[in-house]
Design a protein. Structure first.
Lengths: 376, 122
């Protein structure tokens, strides 16, 4: 239970606010981040599902790919990702993955198209951002370049009250639909907002200049519906929502088809190819992958966490849990992991080896907690 | 009899010749909201420092070690049924097991409250 605390950890622009709010700080991806505040993970999780939680996700990487026109910048990014970028509309956001030559996932990311022609904004994982930027700088075709937004902070406001809260400060926010993307002023602060997040709830991610971050956070926290939420609850919320955590549920060996995130690949892109590892991904999409990420419900109360072995009903090892824990909203343990394609149907009985004992489990539909995105 | 402590954050209190064992308030706070407890079977014997029980919060799983050698004579089923009790009353109602001590000198050698407090404050 001891936690290493190095002096060399990076800090987000909200670090001082976290400390003043009584957060328990831990190292995450090289940053000193709040894992929980005074209420603890369980209450913070439930608060987010009932009201609105404010998360500091400023450690994530924000950048843009820039070229002369939309078609040029979209074509450039499409050489590295399988997502549909050409037809991404102005003011829309899309989830995709950065691929290696074997079709394995180097990172998962959000891509947004701002009004300014010839730009695509991206948000990448904190732990991957340095490598992502190196890859983008090295591999983007001539005419497209990377522009980093290291001086920007990112806040997520998530939960059923998020829209009502943000609309009081920026009326246009309430009119946005899931995966819309727009610039606006929030209480006088210049912000770039997407209606998305990583909890399964309706909500927003708000990008502002680092200097404005604390002011915006305090403005949002002044609303009685809003509480600060740490990375602990962020993890249990995304797990219940069936969303992948890079480095755990996805890695350089897993393809988007194995990862069960085929929606990261555009239909035209899958048909045409022209992205790294296309042959493998096209083959897996057509024939089915050898293994696939599924939801897993352990019977009883014992959580089955990352690294737990998965056996088929015939006692053959067919995979491993990649994320797992206790789901506060479903009030039961929830896990995800990779199983052989043959054993991936919902309801398939499995056995999990938890601390040397075999625990019965079944393949479950995801999400465990229903998505409540605002689609208009 | 006073309460004794281990460096692994268990407490031991002898009442009527039986050692009552639980985890400390400091341990419960560090763990966060407890969502799962696994206790050993009654009648099982453990050597001192052996893994005896498991306690899990939303975030993580932790082993609870036998603070002394001996036989489990009673387990607290109420914390298996309601794991949140471990956060509410870790040193009282939410005891884990009762052990029949194999060697009383093991208990005497454990930390007293002042020594444990010093450990958790450093």
């Amino acid at each position: 239970m001891s936690i290493a605390h190095g002096q060399s950890l990076k800090r987000t622009p909200l670090h001082g606010l976290h400390v003043s709010l009584g957060a328990k700080m831990v190292e995450f991806a090289g940053y000193d981040m709040p894992v929980q505040y005074k209420d603890g993970v369980l209450k913070e999780h439930l608060w987010t599902r009932e009201k609105a939680g404010l998360f500091d996700v400023s450690h994530m990487g924000q950048a843009a790919i820039v070229a002369d026109t939309h078609d040029a910048v979209a074509a450039a990014l499409e050489t590295l990702v399988p997502g549909e970028m050409l037809k991404l509309g102005v003011g829309r956001q899309r989830y995709t993955v950065l691929l290696n030559d074997k079709g394995g996932i180097l990172d998962d990311l959000m891509v947004s198209r701002p009004a300014h022609d010839g730009r695509l904004n991206i948000v990448v994982n904190a732990a991957c951002k340095d490598r992502d930027y190196e890859i983008l700088e090295e591999k983007l075709p001539r005419g497209a370049k990377l522009e980093r937004f290291d001086e920007r902070a990112l806040l997520a406001l998530q939960g059923p009250k998020a829209s009502a809260v943000l609309s009081k400060l920026a009326p246009e926010a309430g009119a946005m639909k899931f995966m819309d993307f727009a610039g606006m002023k929030i209480g006088g602060i210049d912000a770039v907002v997407s209606r998305s997040g990583y909890t399964g709830e309706d909500g927003f991610e708000i990008s502002v200049w680092a200097d404005d971050a604390a002011k915006l956070a305090e403005l949002l926290l002044a609303d009685a519906y809003v509480a600060p939420i740490g990375l602990g609850a962020r993890d249990s919320l995304r797990l219940e929502a069936g969303l992948c955590l890079y480095g755990h549920d996805l890695n350089e060996d897993t393809s988007p088809i194995e990862g069960n995130i085929a929606f990261a690949c555009g239909k035209r892109r899958l048909a045409e190819g022209g992205f790294p590892g296309a042959a493998r991904i096209q083959r897996e999409a057509a024939e089915g992958p050898k293994r696939v990420r599924v939801g897993i419900s352990p019977e009883g109360r014992a959580p089955a966490r990352e690294g737990v072995e998965i056996l088929s009903a015939h006692e053959e090892k067919i995979g491993e849990i990649t994320s797992g824990g206790f789901g506060p909203s479903v009030n039961a343990p929830v896990s995800m992991g990779y199983v052989s394609f043959a054993e991936s149907k919902t309801g398939t009985p499995l056995q999990l080896i938890v601390r040397g004992k075999k625990l019965p489990a079944t393949v479950a539909d995801m999400p465990f907690a229903p998505h409540r995105y605002f689609r208009g | 009899m006073t309460t004794k402590y281990t460096k692994d954050h268990e407490w031991v209190r002898v009442e009527g010749g039986v050692a009552i064992v639980g985890i400390t308030a400091h341990a419960a706070e560090q763990l966060g909201d407890v969502v799962f407890v696994e206790l050993p079977a009654k009648g099982k014997s453990f050597a001192q420092h052996a893994e005896m029980a498991v306690v899990e919060s939303v975030k993580a799983a932790s082993d609870v070690y036998a603070p002394i050698s001996g036989e489990i004579v009673e387990v607290n089923q109420s914390i298996v049924d309601e794991p949140a009790k471990v956060n509410e009353d870790p040193t009282g109602e939410a005891w884990f097991v009762k052990i029949k001590p194999a060697d009383r000198s093991e208990i005497d050698a454990l930390m007293d409250e002042a020594a444990y407090k010093q450990l958790t404050e450093n």
